[in-house]
Design a protein around this ligand. Sequence first.
Ligand code: CUA
Length: 326
Amino acid sequence: MPSGVRRFALATLATSTVALLTTVAAYAGNGGFLPGEPHSPNAHRVHTAFIFVTIFTGIIFVGVEAALVLFIVKYRRGKRPRTAEGPQIHGSSRLEIIWTVVPVVILAVIGTFVFIELPGITDAPKAAAADQTRVQISGRQFYWQFTYPNGAVSIDTLVAPADQVVNEEISAPTWDVIHSWWVPDFGGKYDAIPGRVNKTWFKAPTGTYEASCYELCGIQHAAMHAKVKVVPRAQYDAFIAQRAQGGVALGQEEWQGVCEKCHRLDHAYIGPALGGKALLADRKAIEVLLRNGQGQMPSVGKDWTSQQFDALIAYTKQFAKSGGNG
Ligand code: CUA
């Protein structure tokens, strides 16, 4: 191969490698090449498995791309006539054995590694009864409802105790559709399937973590974000004790997490504008509407407790008179 061509090929390879590596650096941490910073034991295992697999796929990717660039340059037509035939090659036993055996060995190594890591991902560590927390996570069109052991409810913000095992029971109501619950910093993704409970757990330090729905579940799928607020145990206990009383704070979460996914006060959005509607102060009418749905609107509050409706109306009654041109 002429030295000019070789230099060009090497330069191309070098610049693309540098570009790829700097992209990785630029996106390092969350949302880029690597999964989120692991903040729960499961996530650490997922992270390790990811890095392990990435080493192999990285080497193969660079090898294949380098060969591609090299061959494009080295075997280009150049000045040969269009009709010129290339050399006719028939089989190469050694090469064929190599490209069969090497991938088999790589897959066996990856498979072994993953099977060693997997059991730890599914099993929750045994925790003392005192620091066990069980939260029901329910995916609905288009909000996340969290129910705590004492019956307290929160919408789109899960509050959890720090540094303790939190068991998650992930589901969806039988009348809803499939959603998918994922907190990237905590590890795996779990489907929220109507009528079925999927169980997982996490144990995280204090902090706020992002969660989202990862199953296309309807027009506002993309709006199904949530937060996991991990706080000291005492703060968690105080929160659920207070929230069990219901109140306007719950109502505000319901308004923002459930109603505002599709409605605005002053203009039509997915659904009609709500500002000034008498409905927002009518406890009975709002319950009928939310329990049964109407037209395009799903029955977002079909299984809500009366406390949840009380909380909602306590918050929304302010919009019945003021707020936009309804
Ligand atoms: Cu719920 Cu997508």
